[in-house]
Design a protein around this ligand. Structure first.
Ligand SMILES: [Zn+2]
Length: 40
């Protein structure tokens, strides 16, 4: 089974059927990528 992981917050978004175990990266629609830009 494959796993779709958010590339920004690294949380599991969804699963998909696959013969081998694999990981796909996508965006879950969260605003975690905005949080990545921390003010200094
Ligand atoms: Zn995310």
């Amino acid at each position: 089974m494959g796993t779709i992981v958010c590339q920004t917050c690294n949380s599991t978004i969804d699963y998909f059927e696959d013969e081998k175990v694999s990981v796909l990266y996508a965006k879950c629609g969260c605003s975690c990528d905005q949080n990545d830009k921390t003010e200094k």
